[in-house]
Design a binder for this molecule. Structure first.
Ligand code: CP
Ligand code: NVA
Length: 326
């Protein structure tokens, strides 16, 4: 690269960096390809720093509040460890203990918490509640999963695919299963980075057409395909990545039995993955149910990168926090 190009790239990075300060991280749809690329690059650098034993602490003295209205292993631990590694501290806030759980308005909660905290991470049911929290908070709000989206997971997933394949553009990702929060964020993430995404779900469980439309618009702009099908084989054929998630998400426990019947033909198993490229990777956001959406031989087999995805939650979220909470 010539000195001129190096300067141009540095100037662009500086602009993106400035533009991310103070922003909320609610859905990938709010960010451009340049911004998400910047965050993925930073995540890779933060991973290298962490693995080298060095420290990087831009958030010294800052506190992240973490509101949980649903269970969590990865999100809770990776955010709490992540903010600690960046020099700050995390505070776990269960909705069972907060006045929010007894009916205090979200708008009041947002304004009060903004007086104490430097950032708020929330995992809850309704995406609208998160938007309302963000609208009334003066500090950045991060979506740690809603019924509609799981953007932090998909940042970790994109980082994992980049590591495994050395590229994103031009790959084929097959998502086989429920058109849920993961499906929605993967649609947006894949479309933004020029990854062809094939989504195979049973009739009645396909992703929200609003999100599909958004993803298709992005795919047009960034040069990839979005295909919604009810045929798992069409999705898996020649795929670089095969991704699945639970059939019944948190909050849908009552539908578990009925869903198990409907989704049975959508199981990711040895027969399905043999349609993929020989060097395909298997992905799952976890927690997984072996014998339901995926068989043990696939998730515990050589092609599985599920624990890299879990690790990358830490690095991807550190990149997000270090960019928006400064
Ligand atoms: N993948 C994920 O978000 O896991 P947790 O529910 O354990 O946070
Ligand atoms: N779709 C799953 C993802 C869990 C990380 C759920 O919402 O329960």
């Amino acid at each position: 690269m010539s000195a001129e190009v190096v300067k141009l790239v540095a100037d662009q990075d500086q602009q993106i960096k400035e533009g991310l300060k103070g922003r909320d991280f609610l859905t990938l749809a709010d960010f451009t390809e340049e911004e998400l690329s910047y965050l993925l690059d930073l995540a890779a650098r933060l991973k290298a720093i962490q693995h080298s034993g060095a420290t990087f602490q831009p958030l010294k003295g800052k506190t992240l509040g973490m509101i949980f209205e649903k269970s969590s292993t990865r999100t809770r631990v990776s955010f709490e460890v992540g903010i600690y590694q960046l020099g700050g501290q995390g505070m776990f806030l269960s909705s069972r203990d907060l006045q929010l759980g007894r009916g205090e308005p979200i708008s009041d909660t947002a304004q009060v918490l903004s007086r104490y905290l430097d950032g708020i991470m929330i995992r809850t049911f309704s995406h609208k509640d998160v938007e309302q929290l963000a609208a009334h908070s003066s500090v950045p709000v991060i979506n740690g999963l809603t019924d509609e989206y799981h953007p932090c997971q998909v940042m970790a997933d994109l980082q994992t695919i980049q590591e495994q394949k050395g590229q994103l553009k031009g790959l084929k990702l097959a998502f086989v299963g429920d058109g849920n929060n993961m499906a929605h964020s993967l649609l947006l993430g894949a479309a933004t980075f020029g990854v062809d995404i094939y989504m195979a779900s049973p009739e009645g469980y396909q992703p929200d057409p609003k999100v599909v439309e958004l993803a298709k618009k992005r795919a047009e702009k960034y040069g990839s395909r979005v295909v919604i099908t009810d045929d798992p084989k069409e999705a898996a054929q020649n795929a670089d990545v095969i991704y699945t998630d639970v059939w019944a998400s948190m909050g849908q426990e009552d539908e578990q039995e009925e869903r198990a019947k409907t989704f049975a033909p959508f199981q990711v198993n040895a027969e399905l993955v043999q349609l993929a490229k020989p060097d395909y990777v298997f992905m799952h956001c976890l927690p997984a149910h072996r014998g339901e959406e995926v068989t043990a031989d696939v998730i515990d087999g050589d092609h599985s990168v599920v624990f890299d995805q879990s690790e990358n939650r830490l690095h991807a979220q550190k990149a997000i926090m270090a960019s928006i909470m400064v």
